[in-house]
Design a protein around this ligand. Structure first.
Ligand SMILES: [Zn+2]
Ligand SMILES: [Zn+2]
Length: 884
């Protein structure tokens, strides 16, 4: 939606106003939430951005929507808290600092753990949290006095408390397990931190002979290097091909180790030969099989992706080199039966893209089933709503199939697990504070667990740890559970599901009333923004060019539920023009109102005022409904349409005479009062979306005003609603519009006054007759005449509006010869284009292969051309009547 740009010199200059008003809000302390203040609580915790992060489009949308909610709640008299902060982002931050160190030629290991962590803190103080400063540019009404960091002392204490409580309840355990291991980052990754890509590989068929020398069985594998750690071959117990050989002993090629042929229902008879190799140390399914059959586990790949000493002749090789060497050796020994190309999904580390290695190791886990059940119930029974509701299904599916959560990470930056191992007797104690002595043998040599917790463990506690939990603080009592969580769908499981589980476990209450899932911001063509595509739009750059309000309004206007946003300069520019329109309306209002302007409205008002007030009530309701139902785009659109078209384009034009010095004083004062009141309401209505310009304009109005942020949000007043007046005025505007159309279609010069004849029944003409002055002025008519129903408008341009015919006699208005020529030329041009478009659409090969949006656009163009040509033809016929 792009409107004509208003004159430049009268345009609004956002940057100065933005700085001034953000400072004013901060110094007035209006963002600070005080639990002791009255008002029903309304709280939001910010999805904490990574401390390494900087503002991108996703944040901009997320923050804008939260800011709309907070400002709206505050203006509605709620005791509103928006709690900001950042996440320590374990691996991400550690990588940033490690890269910094490597530029200095130092490794993390050489520095040592304590010095490294000190270095990360130093980095955090100096360079971290850039993003919080950027949020201020967006206007975020956060309570900065309550800013939190997931590694703060208070939050760290909450993490230890939560860990110890879960451990004592038996919901945290330590065990050997197959985990996803990144050989580059040297850490375990949760299932969610592994991204899968389809890769071209091979399926190798390998013969495992019988120990006795028989031909044995053929297994198929995509990872032959792991065979060095095989401890069995398995077949399905129902597979008749192998029934007689189950229990026999095979010889593991290359290692020459005896391994059993076992039966397990896990084996798919259809895959490969129906026989699979079992490597408990390097495959999650094989790990389970190994446990069921009590098979030994042989680890042949180490934490760096190198072959271990248990890999025999291959020890010390890189895992991928080893793959080739193993295949070559098998071929040499005549045990490679066949090699076929194979497409399969390969897991990569989400941080560094290294191929993940499934590995068996000792890790810490959260037992998630008992935590997931109440979290599922809370959404089923409506304690928490997920908006839009389509995401509930995804939430249930994930929660119902949840697996235990591996929470230990082998990195240094993060919350170190509060477990202490006795060096003397091996006992492990889990305590909030380090124990002085072993509870079992009394030794003082207690060593803390080396691993740290998954970042999502601490962010899972965020809604209540930030409010002081486990202490019973006034904040917790007042602001928890929170009202809404606004987030992208990509962290629904990473984060939202975990906050639901932890929140219910530790507080007995689900942490949010509503979880609002918003869409993605894409580029103008609908492509996902990415560095490799080079289509990333920087929010701060957009703000620099168009101002924060124009940018925020664009995001709001495009934030339709379940639909991705296509961001482009054109859109933001269009809404920048809207800001200028609002600004100019403010200058106009400023010229006409002053300290003398009455603030009360007289009971009897003219129709035009009753109309704008009635429409205003409706728009107030629409904006309220839009925000309350998280249909932000509907709220934005109602506001935009009303301000630009009804208020600026129509109302301000209609009331100009009553505002002029020629008007009677009483009328003028009354008109000023209505104008001021409508304009004040508009500014308050727009404030949550476009806070800076509305605050700026608010203070240009007369009187001692206080901050708009602190003012009540408009509520509709049914006493001003008047459907009849709205209908009558809609009709009147349509009549004027029809005259304007005739003027533009027939090229009538703007300076020429037209004569209008309105034809219809006297009853239907009465309202127009009463407001003839408006019709005449806004359609630039010299006079308005009223014609009987039997008047035949030969030679008039006409339009039908409801039951009325609008007739404009053309004699003397235009040069008919020239106009006929112009129309013929237009028709010729239109026909030529129509021929071309129809030709393209008639080409079946084109329509089958071209992108759907291009074909759709052509069809729209074809329909529009048809309509235009119809009109041009009618006008030519009309003009031709005057030709000599
Ligand atoms: Zn990695
Ligand atoms: Zn001990």
């Amino acid at each position: 939606m792009k409107e004509k740009e208003p004159e430049k010199d009268k345009a609004y200059d956002p940057s100065a106003a933005e700085e001034r008003w953000y400072a004013a809000w901060l110094s007035a302390g209006v963002f600070h939430a005080d639990p002791a203040r009255p008002g029903e609580a309304y709280s939001i915790v910010i999805p904490p951005p990574n401390v390494t992060g900087s503002l991108h489009m996703g944040h901009a949308l997320n923050i804008t929507l939260q800011d709309v909610l907070i400002r709206y709640a505050r203006m509605n008299g709620r005791n509103a808290l928006w709690l900001p902060g950042t996440d320590h982002a374990g691996i991400a931050t550690q990588n940033v600092v490690e890269r910094e160190l490597s530029r200095e030629g130092v490794s993390r290991q050489a520095l040592g753990r304590d010095a490294f962590i000190a270095r990360v803190w130093k980095w955090k103080e100096e360079s971290g949290g850039t993003i919080l400063r950027q949020l201020k540019r967006l206007g975020a009404a956060c309570d900065w006095d309550r800013e939190r960091f997931t590694m703060d002392e208070g939050l760290s204490r909450a993490v230890r408390e939560a860990f110890v409580r879960l451990y004592r309840k038996g919901l945290i355990y330590r065990g050997r397990y197959i985990i996803n291991w990144c050989p580059r980052c040297h850490t375990a990754l949760s299932d969610l931190e592994v991204s899968y890509e389809e890769k071209k590989g091979a399926l190798w068929h390998i013969r495992y002979p019988e120990l006795s020398g028989g031909e044995g069985v053929v297994v198929a594998t995509t990872r032959p290097e792991t065979m060095l750690g095989d401890t069995a071959v398995a077949v399905n117990p129902k597979d008749e091909r192998y029934a007689e050989r189950i229990g026999s002993t095979l010889r593991l090629p290359l290692m020459n180790r005896p391994i059993p042929l076992i039966a397990d229902a896990m084996v798919d008879r259809e895959f490969g030969t129906g026989a699979v190799k079992i490597t408990p140390a390097h495959d999650p399914n094989d790990f389970e099989v190994g446990k069921r059959h009590e098979l030994p586990s042989v680890r042949v790949i180490d934490g760096s992706g190198k072959m271990t000493s248990d890999a025999g002749a291959f020890a010390g090789m890189d895992r991928f080199d080893c793959r080739e060497a193993v295949v070559a050796k098998l071929a040499e020994e005549g045990l490679l039966v066949r090699e076929e190309p194979y497409l399969h999904n390969v897991g990569h580390c989400y941080r560094c893209r290294t191929v993940v290695e499934p590995a068996e190791s000792m890790q810490w886990f959260v037992k998630t089933k008992p935590l997931a059940e109440p979290a599922i119930r809370a959404v089923r029974n409506g304690e928490t709503r997920i908006v839009p509701a389509q995401w509930e299904k995804t939430y249930f599916e994930w929660m119902e199939n949840i697996r235990d959560w591996c929470i230990s990470r082998q990195i240094w930056w993060g919350h170190r697990i509060p477990a202490y191992h006795c060096a003397a007797c091996g006992k492990t104690m889990v305590e909030i504070d380090p124990p002085a002595n072993c509870a079992s043998c009394g030794s003082a040599d207690m060593r803390q667990e080396e691993d740290v917790l998954d970042t999502w463990f601490s962010s899972g506690l965020w809604p209540f740890s930030t409010m002081g939990w486990p202490e019973e603080t006034p904040e917790l009592a007042r602001y928890y559970p929170t009202a809404a969580l606004v987030t992208g769908f990509d962290i629904l499981f990473f984060w939202v599901a975990r906050m639901m589980m932890m929140g219910i476990e530790f507080t007995g209450k689900a942490p949010f009333r509503d979880v609002v899932i918003h869409a993605l911001v894409r580029d103008a063509r609908g492509e996902k923004m990415s560095k490799t595509r080079g289509n990333v739009i920087d929010p701060l750059e957009v703000i620099g060019r168009f101002g924060t309000d124009a940018f925020r309004f664009t995001l709001v206007a495009l934030a339709a539920q379940g639909r991705d946003i296509r961001m482009s300069d054109d859109r933001v520019e269009g809404y920048r023009n809207f800001m200028n329109k609002l600004f100019q309306a403010g200058r106009f209002v400023g010229m006409h109102v002053d300290g003398e302007t009455p603030t009360e409205l007289p009971p009897a008002l003219p129709v035009v005022d009753r109309w704008i007030l009635s429409r205003l009530q409706r728009v107030v309701d629409e904006v309220r409904r839009g925000v309350e139902e998280f249909r932000f785009n509907e709220a934005g659109s109602a506001f935009y349409q009303f301000v630009w078209h009804e208020f600026c384009d129509w109302y301000l034009e209609m009331i100009k005479p009553t505002l002029s010095p020629d008007a009677m004083t009483g009328d003028r004062m009354r008109q000023r009062a209505v104008l001021l009141q409508v304009y004040e309401t508009l500014l308050a209505l727009g404030h949550p979306f476009i806070p800076f310009i509305t605050e700026e304009l608010w203070h240009t109005l007369p009187g001692d005003r206080g901050l708009l942020y602190d003012r009540p949000f408009p509520a509709s007043d049914a006493a001003w609603s008047d459907v009849d007046v709205e209908d009558d005025m809609a009709h009147l505007m349509e009549v004027i519009r029809s005259v304007r159309n005739i003027r533009s279609e027939l090229n009538i010069p703007p300076a020429k006054k037209v004569e209008i004849r309105l034809k219809g029944q006297p009853g239907e003409l009465a309202f127009l007759r009463d407001h003839e002055e408006i019709v005449r002025r806004l359609s630039r008519a010299g006079g308005v005449a009223y014609a009987d129903p039997d008047y035949i408008p030969v030679g008039d341009a006409t339009a039908v509006v409801n039951d009325i015919e609008v007739c404009v006699p053309l004699a003397g208005l235009i040069d008919f010869d020239q106009e006929a020529k112009r129309l013929r030329k237009e028709i010729e041009k239109g026909n030529a284009e129509l021929l071309r478009v129809a030709g393209q659409l008639g080409n079946a090969r084109f329509t089958a292969n071209a992108p759907a949006d291009i074909v759709d656009a052509l069809r729209d163009r074809e329909a529009a051309l048809g309509q235009k040509l119809g009109k041009l033809g009618k006008n030519l016929e009309l003009v031709s009547r005057y030709l000599s």
